[in-house]
Ligand binder design. Structure first.
Ligand SMILES: Cc1cc2nc3c(=O)[nH]c(=O)nc-3n(C[C@H](O)[C@H](O)[C@H](O)COP(=O)(O)OP(=O)(O)OC[C@H]3O[C@@H](n4cnc5c(N)ncnc54)[C@H](O)[C@@H]3O)c2cc1C
Length: 477
């Protein structure tokens, strides 16, 4: 089949999936007013690959199919550069606001499939073969995946697997003739209503005795018993002129309940091996792989934020030292992120089994740092925008002949900027930092790869393990 079009992608979503939103079971996510906007945006990404095949598509040498570049297992620095270019195009189209555009999981799955040396340890040969076959299936059918790797928080004083009498964390309850039955819940699956399949892989480590929780698998979203409970929608049905971001980019996040779901045997990639479950994320180069995608997205979002903030200051002729300083601050975050990405890509190397990922240290530094920079960027845009963020008549008001002369006079910007242009700019800014979608975006940046506290500790432990303390020792000597 190969790379799909937007129409083919939308058609694939019209199935029996059980999606709950605002207390209602959504019959068709492609037409429901709360999901149609994002579905259209995602369809646009599938069409984009056919508009610029040179950038987004390549021929899979094994099947001869034309597939998305982001599905390929990177085998060289050149492959990573090619992948960068495709990811950057997608991030640019979505302003970095759709963190889980399908390329995120394309890259993740390709990275796992490229490390059979890690997945097959301890005799997991069948699981590894299933994983590799699944990667080929996803690539050749150009499927969009969601993922959920975090357990719902119940009681932080006890092991997660003990919560709710041991029934909350996803676990195997039975083997069947066809595969196995799983039960439990996971959070927080971004893109879930718009995905073809869900991929469940390890988040946090398990301990000995947790064998029934050590499961990795993937199933279609329409699998019976799989229930998708979306958070409140932040999608706006207002015209794009009034809600430029909320009308397009609410990629949704959902808790996934596995209500005794049967997983076919060929879709089980790991079953019962706690040691391997704990190893696959740390040993497969996951961070170095996926953070290429997430950092490219972050660069696009920071670039957008800096351009937007700079235009906001210009719109009201704000040349105060305080404003310039804050704009410069956003620019430093942008350039530091871009530089870390460049450094990580320059240090790319083979990680095992002939698979190439970026160097990890620059990403290990960014991972706890970006969640602190993004909220500061939001704060700066609010400080720069002040009341102007809310003095933004709608397009209908601007077009109303009774209001237009007044609005043109009282809502104009500096240097003759017309009221309509000024309102559009500050509306865009408010949708970026102040609306429901913006609040969700803030939480996303803080937590989408885990919490900064955990990653600072991880970064320090890794750095200390590899250090020789030569400078301190030399002066002490
Ligand atoms: C909008 C959004 C979308 C997301 N999308 C996805 C997705 O598609 N798929 C997916 O699997 N996950 C997704 N996540 C991530 C996931 O749901 C978690 O939020 C994330 O992994 C952090 O885990 P947690 O919420 O349990 O927080 P924790 O990591 O437990 O952190 C909560 C608080 O406790 C502190 N804390 C806890 N433990 C420690 C520790 N050991 N050391 C220091 N501090 C600690 C943290 O600093 C933080 O303030 C998403 C999250 C958000 C907010």
């Amino acid at each position: 089949m190969g790379a799909r079009t937007g129409t083919e992608f939308l058609k694939g979503l019209m199935d029996d999936r059980e999606v709950w939103l605002d207390g209602e079971r959504v019959a068709d996510v492609t037409t429901h007013p709360r999901t149609a906007g994002a579905a259209r945006t995602l369809a646009g990404l599938f069409d984009l690959q056919h508009e610029r095949p040179d950038r987004y598509l390549t021929v899979d040498p094994d099947s001869g199919e034309t597939v998305a570049v982001t599905h390929l297992v990177p085998r060289s620095a050149a492959d990573l550069a090619r992948r960068h270019d495709a990811i950057a195009g997608i991030a640019r189209r979505t302003l970095g606001l759709m963190g889980r555009s399908p390329d995120y999981l394309n890259v993740t799955l390709a990275g796992f499939a490229g490390r059979p040396d890690v997945w097959s340890r301890g005799g997991n040969d069948q699981g590894t073969a299933n994983l590799i076959a699944y990667h080929r299936h996803v690539m050749c059918h150009d499927l969009a995946l969601t993922h959920a790797i975090v357990n719902p928080t119940v009681d932080r004083s006890m092991p997660e697997t003990a919560a709710g009498g041991g029934d909350i964390v996803v676990h195997k309850v039975a083997d069947t003739a066809e595969g196995m039955v799983v039960r439990g819940a996971r959070a927080l699956a971004t893109l879930a209503p718009f995905a073809d399949e869900i991929f469940v892989y390890p988040g946090y480590p398990l301990t000995e005795g947790d064998e029934r929780y050590a499961v990795v698998f993937a199933i279609p979203m329409s699998t019976p018993g799989l229930r998708v409970l979306c958070r409140d929608s932040y999608s706006s049905s207002a015209p794009a002129a009034d809600a430029p971001l909320s009308s397009r980019f609410d990629e949704q996040d959902a808790v996934i309940i596995f209500d005794d779901v049967e997983v076919p045997r060929h879709r089980v990639f790991l079953d019962g091996d706690v040691d391997l479950y704990n190893r696959v994320m740390q040993r497969s180069g996951w961070t170095a792989n996926v953070m290429q995608q997430t950092t490219i997205r972050a660069v696009s979002k920071l670039q957008f934020a800096w351009e937007l903030a700079t235009r906001m200051a210009e719109a009201v002729n704000n040349t105060s030292p305080a404003a310039i300083e804050m704009l410069g601050e956003i620019w430093t975050y942008l350039e530091l992120t871009r530089s870390a990405l460049t450094a990580a890509e320059a240090g790319a190397h083979e990680w095992g089994a002939g698979t190439w990922f970026c160097a990890e240290p620059p990403f290990a530094a960014l991972r706890p740092t970006l969640p602190r920079w993004f909220p500061r960027v939001t704060e700066i845009i609010k400080l720069l925008g002040s009341h102007s963020l809310l003095a933004t008549p709608t397009r209908a008001e601007l077009d109303d002949p009774r209001l237009r002369p007044l609005l043109e006079r009282y809502y104009q910007g500096a240097n003759g900027m017309p009221a309509g242009e000024r309102a559009a700019l500050f509306r865009l800014a408010w949708d970026f930092v102040g609306t429901g979608l913006a609040g969700r975006s803030d939480l996303y940046e803080r937590f989408y790869l885990g919490s900064p506290g955990r990653f600072l500790q991880l970064a320090q432990r890794q750095a200390a393990r590899g250090a020789d303390f030569g400078l301190v020792d030399s002066i002490l000597a």
